[in-house]
Design a protein around this ligand. Structure first.
Ligand code: CP3
Length: 344
């Protein structure tokens, strides 16, 4: 088995596996050239382009996993929600979902009918990739926040107000988005994805109390539904230092953490799970010796315990040099932290 999948299952590995959220895309010159000709949604409608973009960082950077190139909003295409994607900013939902009739209009997602090209791409990537393919979906809370706010948000006031003031409306919307994520991930796994990551990128805005009541039940249902698929599951969020116990209890073989908490402190909270992270992506804009120093600090906190997958705490930033990413992969692969127990 690959070192990425072994680490996710907390088995011994020869080297620490490493991949980067957003490794495929905006930081790559070839991708930017492609984007001169196609929009994101056009790329996602062509399986050969999706496969090419997904595989490029595997070839160029030497990462231990590929992540499908797509967006968390793609399932909305088949759900009757009109939206536009903006570079560097995020999705805009044309009519924010606020009332009972808005929620009732959110239709079930049928992956084979709507995103056939993405599923074809999964098959192409699986056949060509030397490393495992990670599929992904937006977690219900993060998708709900885009639907309710109508776009990116700083304070998530409309979302928090709905979950407290109209819990039955919230419940109905969250069930629909949970079903959509399950359908999307089942389809990706059926097409060949060997791991799946749930991106709950904005859930860190919630208190533990709100998380337990308004998010955890849906995440538990989601992870339960994935269990029979027998794939590795990764549960990621940002700003979640105060929620890690709750997130781990909700599910995920691997918990993804950002840099606002030390990797060691995060690992104490999640207990016997694998952990993914957690270098601040902005460190990669600094000189190479700074990058190595900070990466070494993350590895020292992992201390060679089985079950660490090196990653950033969030996605690769657009101005990140490809050489820095290559150097970092090499550094992680050749650094053995003191106290490491390593087997061949
Ligand atoms: O690289 C590019 O040029 C981007 C293509 C693109 C993506 N999303 C790729 C993507 C574009 C234009 C979007 C629109 C979009 N969707 C934005 C705008 C800003 C941006 O990221 O360029 C945002 C914020 C979204 C919403 C979104 N998409 C979230 C919250 C997430 C989860 C990851 C995160 O950053 O928190 C995504 C996932 C996503 N968008 C992926 C890709 C290739 C997959 C994840 C990965 O590669 O790790």
């Amino acid at each position: 088995m690959s070192r990425f999948l072994r680490a996710c299952r907390r088995q011994m590995v020869d080297r620490t596996p490493v991949w980067f959220m957003r490794q495929a895309g905006r930081s790559q010159p070839e991708y930017r050239a492609l984007r001169e000709r196609y929009t994101l949604l056009e790329i996602c409608a062509h399986s050969d382009l999706v496969a090419e973009v997904t595989l490029r960082p595997v070839e160029q950077l030497g990462v231990d996993a590929a992540i499908l190139f797509a967006d968390i909003t793609l399932p909305l295409l088949g759900m009757g929600v009109a939206f536009t994607l903006h570079d560097g900013d995020g999705p805009r939902v044309h009519r924010p979902v606020r009332t009972a009739s808005d929620v009732a209009a959110v239709r079930p997602f049928e992956p084979e009918a709507t995103i056939e090209a993405v599923l074809d791409a999964v098959r192409l990537i699986r056949a060509a990739s030397p490393v495992p393919l990670i599929g992904f979906a937006g977690a219900p809370f993060t998708l709900a926040s885009y639907l309710i706010e109508g776009g990116p948000s700083r304070d998530f006031l409309a979302t928090k107000t709905m979950l407290r003031a109209a819990p039955e409306l919230w419940d109905s919307l969250m069930h629909r988005l949970t079903d959509a994520a399950i359908a999307y991930l089942r389809a990706q796994v059926a097409a060949g994805a060997q791991a799946v990551q749930l991106f709950d990128s904005w859930v860190g805005c919630l208190s533990p109390t709100d998380y337990r009541a308004a998010v955890a039940p849906y995440m538990r249902r989601l992870f339960e539904a994935l269990r029979p698929l027998d794939v590795v599951t990764i549960h990621f969020g940002t700003g979640t230092a105060g929620l890690l116990r709750e997130m781990a209890a909700a599910g995920g073989d691997v918990i993804g953490v950002d840099w606002r908490i030390g990797l060691d402190a995060a690992w104490d909270q999640i207990g016997d799970r694998a952990i993914q992270g957690n270098l601040d992506p902005s460190v990669l804009l600094a000189p190479p010796e700074v990058v190595r120093g900070q990466a070494a600090a993350v590895l020292a906190q992992a201390a060679g315990r089985p079950g660490h997958i090196f990653n950033l705490g969030h996605g690769v930033l657009p101005d990140t040099p490809q050489d820095t990413l290559r150097m970092l992969v090499e550094f992680v692969h050749t650094t053995r932290p003191a106290g490491a127990e390593v087997s061949g």
